[in-house]
Write a protein of this length. Structure first.
Length: 98
């Protein structure tokens, strides 16, 4: 799904940078965050970061920012609902173990 959202970004280094950045975010949310508020806070920081990238004047930054925000909009549906987030996050596994 990430690759689909990154199609507008020119291939090469620019696309790899965004893919790596967002991939790291996903892995962190999947493996490290055990509190919904922490995950949402990190998510919102990422949204703000990519908004700033998109505000830059050069075309490649605008493409990167818009593509990243498009992907984050998709991911938001998995994160914003705490019960749904619990079903795939480390917190859900910890709670199930109890």
């Amino acid at each position: 799904m990430l690759n689909q959202h990154l199609q507008p970004v020119p291939k090469g280094k620019q696309c790899q940078l965004v893919r790596k950045w967002l991939g790291k975010l996903l892995m962190d949310l999947l493996k490290e965050k055990s509190k919904h508020t922490t995950a949402m806070g990190q998510f919102m920081e990422e949204v703000e970061y990519w908004k700033k990238v998109g505000w830059k004047r050069n075309t490649s930054s605008k493409c990167q920012g818009l593509a990243a925000l498009d992907f984050l909009s998709y991911i938001k549906t998995y994160i914003e609902n705490e019960a749904y987030w619990m079903s795939w996050s480390p917190a859900g596994a910890i709670e199930a173990a109890h």
